[in-house]
Design a protein around this ligand. Sequence first.
Ligand SMILES: [Zn+2]
Length: 399
Amino acid sequence: MVKEPTFDNAMAFAADLIAIPGLSGEEGDVARCVFQEMVAVGLEDVRVDDAGNVIGVARGCGDAPAAMLSCHLDVVAEGDHSEWEVPPFSGEVSDGFLHGRGAMDIKGPLALQTYVAASMKGEAPGDVIVAHTVYEERGGLGMKHLLESGDVKPGVVIIGESTHGDICIGHRGRAELEVVMTGVAGHASAPERAANALDLLSDVLLAVRDLAASQESDEVLGAASLIATMVDVLPQSRNVIPDQAIVALDWRILPHDDHESLVKRVREAIESRIQSVPDALAYEVRMATERQVTYTGIVADRNLFTPGFLMDLSHPVVGAAARAVGQRGAADEAAEVRPWTFATDGGWSRGVHGIPTIGFAPGEERFAHTNRERLLVEEARWGFERYPGLISSVQTALN
Ligand SMILES: [Zn+2]
């Protein structure tokens, strides 16, 4: 028996999902629940890909480009349970809000998108793909894999990160780099037999400050920003001269920045501070990496790089989306169009693959990743009701 794709059923599904923990790399139980629900609500071709993304399709009635609705399966850690007003995995509804880790980031919107797609079976101008991804909270391995695999070919992507009902059209990206300085370790009592990796530190930090002072700015997204966030030394001992010192850099980047150019710019900034490196010392600039293992067993040593993106305000999809959604309480007024403050999987779909991408979802960004995470049920209902018109109009705008 097919479940009715109603708002109330979608919210019940969201509450069920909140009860299932699942950090990045541990999304298996959430994925199984999403898979079963996609089948139950009548989506077709429901499947799990190699990386563990869950995908289903609602066939449309025409040949307009496919729209892909996308949320992610992972959540961030809930922290100390005693700091929450309601238990983080309760999925409790009180005071008009759905509460818990993932309520708005992103299990509430995930449930809404899944049910909206099912409700449009045979009615949307083109196919509606639903693809919920793994590892979004750690840079988007899931979305990267999904789009590179060619498994789906969307004409437009709608990301379900909270927008509080606005249309979001981009964000800055994030890159983590390292400057690794090396020397020769030795006893602190005999510096003449060692080469202190820390001797390069002050010039490296000054170079980072030089570079940070000359960041580019974008009219919509604001300025890129670069800052040194951590210094590590090895060996870690107060009476040993270290042979390695590492400075970590956090860089909030603009859409056209790629990792080769970021590494090059840091290297050049250091070169203009350090004309000649003393014998026995050296330094290297590189992207920071992290080993990521999906719950399906894929292992990837990944650069910590999330691309940014920005849709042109004049792109037909942007105007069509803003008019279709309207404003809550003033449907005749076009929705507000703005960037997100945080990064999303849209950096992959638009920034790397060039697919028109926008965001629309209920929920206030300020509750994301906090112990007060919540989703206003009435706002979620409004979003659920606006979604079909949004999908139809962006598909039509591309046709
Ligand atoms: Zn999210």
